[in-house]
Ligand binder design. Sequence first.
Ligand code: KIV
Length: 271
Amino acid sequence: MSESLKPVTVHELLNRKRAGEKIVMLTAYDALFGRLVDEEGIDVVLVGDSVNTVLAGRETTLSATLDQMIYHGRSVAAGVKRAMVIVDMPFLTFQVSLEDTKRNVGRVMQETGAAGVKVEGGRSIAPTIRALVEMGVPVMGHIGFTPQSVHALGGYRVQGRGEAAAARLIEDARALQDAGAFSIVLELIPSAVARRITEAVEIPTIGIGSGPYCDGQVLVLHDMLGLNEQFKAKFVKRYANLADEVRRAVRQFREEVRSGQYPDEAHSFQE
Ligand code: KIV
């Protein structure tokens, strides 16, 4: 296998942190976008439960189901050759009994072909992470703003402001590391706090809305492509305006069909 197609591993991500090289992660929900981001050398493709809001049109991620995540995980894994594919465990699939959690995570690993899972939560979820790691499953943690707890957190807001809250996040990160997590997503955390967390742990931190000092960065693909226009947040940089381009193409098709301009000879079969 050529070096450029060697699959990204947990060990490689750890080495990146040690070498001071940034990790790049994007979400994908299907094989088509999975293939496109993989071809451009993205290191980790996250099958986020954000699929429930971005594609399924739901208000929060809380109603995402295990079968839904398995469907999208399997699709993404089918399109990706090199990047590490991680599937989000949805709400109520890993906060249940350890036996049920292991079965749910086992289904994700067996049925999708992903290389690991992501779970939201701080130190309270550490024993679960330890059990999954002992089972041989690479686990990515997720602290700060955790969307599955949106109601308890009082909405979509920055976490870890003030010394006590910052110290709690650092303790959470250490607990996840001690439990065996291979990486941690830091969501909506002030830059200085994300920097302290990143310096406090040996495993890589991947930031979203958490400033430049994390070991890597993740964005929701449909946000950075300008497809998910409804979602506006300070940290989202739009690298394209694809929603405008979709509307333009749809308008042109509508007009060409109505005027009889499409299909022309070039797009029709002759006898
Ligand atoms: O579900 C998701 O897309 C995520 C990212 C925002 C990190 O968890």
